[in-house]
Every structure is written in structure tokens, then in C-alpha cells.
Ligand binder design. Structure first.
Ligand code: ATP
Ligand code: MG
Ligand code: ZN
Length: 339
């Protein structure tokens, strides 16, 4: 599976540029804190980076703070057989007893490495009591211990824990970063896929590296490597909608919508996709977003009119006797204004 095969193994391989810089600095500074909090959306590289970090601090041939990935320590960490790098899923080890055990265990010296590293995933699942028990250890961790707490849910981490950790913010993966990751995979796998389709994947992967690799793999398995067939396979309805809309032909777009509803399409879902796309176009065209490209060629004033009409249609969905009606009205109104 691509997302496992191409999990980054060195800092250099991380496509998340900001994180890459931060981790490089931390490692090259020589003295770093022993408690970290990795925060970011799913599939942005928290676990991968934590493992790279664990290897980097324990690598026997460590050059430029990068793990060598070939020494005994690196290999055992990569194969999960290291006695000193412990990955815990807080979703199933969340109670006070689990944390007490962990604290006790962390007071022993590492067996084969310089540091014992605890990677605690889904850290927001830890119970309050357990967090409290962990406070003191996080504040003054034993010298040979490093804690890396990772979470998608920053709000659920108590402030007291927050303030004792060095925060690394993974945020969300940028389209350009996802695209650069996809291009690397495609090159290594010698896949002949349209560039335009790669951009489309990057755009629709929910800002997650993992989602993007999964979509790519699906398209490869299904042999949908041309832009048009890939787009259809992914069911990116709004792309078709905007293509029809920009032809400035009312009949065309209403027939498209008719076909869509006949085929059992969900109008609510469609309007949500449309609004999201228009939102990105608005921010891009007003210069707020620069990294996200948009295929929408409408002017800002038209984007705003459409957004207003679509929001109204969305609100009317609940009270409409015919599901597609509010959207149809919005489209007709849009065309009438733009005549
Ligand atoms: N910075 C990155 N550069 C390139 N690929 C990445 C990067 N981060 C993640 N990936 C890809 O995404 C996959 C998932 O990454 P990872 O498990 O590290 O994310 P995560 O943030 O821990 O996600 P979750 O919150 O769901 O646990 C990796 O196996 C890899 O294929
Ligand atoms: Mg993870
Ligand atoms: Zn090594």
C-alpha cells in the first residue's frame, strides 16, 4: 500500500515544509526539551515524524541529525522491535493505571538506545486523572526519556499539559506539498498519470497526505489515469457543475442537474461541495490564499452572487417539497441576473 510504502523515513523526506524546518532546528540544537506535543489534522505526518525523531536521537551513525535507517537502532525502531521506543494508543491505554505504569517504566534506563521514547497517539483520549498523574513527569522527565504526545484534537489537551510540552503544529497539508509527495510516488512507481489529475487528487484529499496516497492508489488499481476518467471515477460533481455553468447555457446546466437527481444524486451534498469550491475561489482571487489553485474562472462579484443564492437554496432544502427545486431556482436566478 502506497501510504505505508511511502511513509517518510527521514526528515528530508517530509513534505510538510514548516514541520521539516522545525524538527531540523530542534535536532540540530543539541539540547531539546523532552516533552513534545504534535498537533495536526489526520494524515499530516505526526506519527511518521515521531518515529523519525525517535530514530534520529538514537541512531548510531547519525549524520546531520538524520537517521541512517540502516544501523541496529534504526532498524529495530522501524520494525517495532526496539525495547526503547514505545508507541501507545491512548484510545485504549487511557486510564490512570496505564499512565502510572508508563511513569514507572520510564524511570528505568533505556536498554539499547540513548533515549527511551514514548509516542502517545490520540493523546486527547487520556482521562483527566491520568493527565494529572502525568504532569510531574512531563515537567521533569528523566534525562533519558522523551515523550511525544500526538493528537488531532488540540482543545481536548489540558492547558497544564500544553504548557509543559514543546508544541509542533502540523496544521493541515498544503496542496502544493501533497502534490510534491504524489509526484515522488508516481516517479518511483513509474506511473503514467496526467499531471492535471494529480492536481485534482491533491485538491480533494481533505488536506491529508494519507488520503491523497489512498486516492492515487485507488486510481492506479482502477486504471483511471487520464484526467477525464479519473475525474468521473472520483465523482467530483462540482467540477462537472462548474464546467456546465461556465458555458453560460441555462438549458445545459439544468439538464445536467436533472440527470444528477435522476441518478440518485444528493443535492445537499452537491451544494456543500459547490460552496466549498466557491469559498476557495473567493479566497484565492482576493489574494488571501496563494497555494490553492482554483479552476473557477468566474469574477469575484459572480462568485459572491452564486454563494448567496446557493446558501439560500441550502436553507430552503428542508422546506422544499421537491429536493432539487431550491438549487434549480438558484441557477435560474443566477442566469437571469447575468443576462
Ligand atoms: N510530511 C509528509 N510527507 C509525505 N508523506 C506524508 C507526510 N506525512 C504523512 N505522509 C503520508 O501519510 C501517511 C500517514 O501519515 P501519519 O500516520 O504520520 O499521519 P498522522 O498525522 O499520524 O495521522 P493520524 O492523525 O491519522 O494518526 C504516511 O504513511 C505517508 O504515506
Ligand atoms: Mg498517527
Ligand atoms: Zn541509524
Amino acid at each position: 500500500m502506497f501510504y505505508l510504502k511511502y511513509r517518510p523515513k527521514t526528515i528530508e523526506e517530509l513534505d510538510n515544509i514548516k514541520v521539516k524546518e522545525v524538527i531540523k532546528k530542534i535536532l540540530s540544537s543539541g539540547s531539546f526539551p523532552h516533552a513534545f506535543l504534535f498537533i495536526g489534522q489526520k494524515g499530516t505526518g505526526k506519527t511518521s515524524t515521531a518515529r523519525i525523531f525517535a530514530k534520529a536521537v538514537n541512531c548510531l551513525k547519525n549524520k546531520n541529525s538524520e537517521p541512517c535507517n540502516s544501523c541496529k537502532n534504526c532498524l529495530s525502531i522501524d520494525t517495532f522491535s526496539s525495547p526503547d521506543v514505545i508507541e501507545l494508543d491512548a484510545a485504549s491505554n487511557r486510564g490512570i493505571e496505564d499512565v502510572r505504569n508508563l511513569i514507572k517504566e520510564s524511570s528505568f534506563y533505556p536498554m539499547a538506545n540513548k533515549y527511551r521514547v514514548y509516542i502517545i497517539d490520540e493523546a486527547h483520549m487520556i482521562t483527566n486523572d491520568a493527565f494529572n498523574a502525568l504532569l510531574k513527569t512531563l515537567e521533569e522527565p528523566p534525562e533519558s526519556v522523551i515523550f511525544i504526545l500526538a493528537t488531532t484534537n488540540q482543545e481536548k489537551i489540558p492547558k497544564t499539559i500544553h504548557s509543559r510540552c514543546l508544541l509542533v503544529n502540523f496544521g493541515t497539508a498544503k496542496r502544493t506539498e501533497i502534490l510534491s509527495m504524489l509526484k515522488k510516488i508516481v516517479k518511483k512507481e513509474k506511473i503514467n498519470i496526467d499531471d492535471q489529475l494529480l492536481s485534482l487528487i491533491a485538491k480533494h484529499s481533505d488536506h491529508s497526505f494519507r488520503d491523497a496516497t489512498k486516492i492515487l492508489e485507488e486510481l492506479v488499481t482502477q486504471k483511471k489515469l487520464k484526467f477525464e476518467e479519473g475525474r468521473q471515477f472520483l465523482g467530483l460533481l462540482h467540477e462537472n457543475f462548474f464546467a456546465a455553468l461556465q458555458k453560460k447555457e441555462l438549458k445545459g446546466i439544468l439538464s445536467w442537474l436533472e440527470e444528477f437527481t435522476q441518478a440518485g444524486g444528493n443535492t445537499k451534498n452537491l451544494i456543500e461541495q459547490l460552496l466549498e469550491e466557491l469559498h476557495i475561489a473567493l479566497l484565492t482571487k482576493s489574494g488571501v490564499k496563494t497555494e490553492d489553485e482554483t479552476n473557477i474562472s468566474l469574477e469575484i462579484k459572480d462568485i459572491i452572487i452564486l454563494m448567496k443564492l446557493l446558501t439560500e437554496a441550502y436553507n430552503n432544502l428542508k422546506i422544499s417539497p421537491i429536493e432539487s427545486l431550491p438549487l434549480e431556482i438558484a441557477i435560474v436566478e443566477y442566469y437571469n441576473r447575468n443576462k
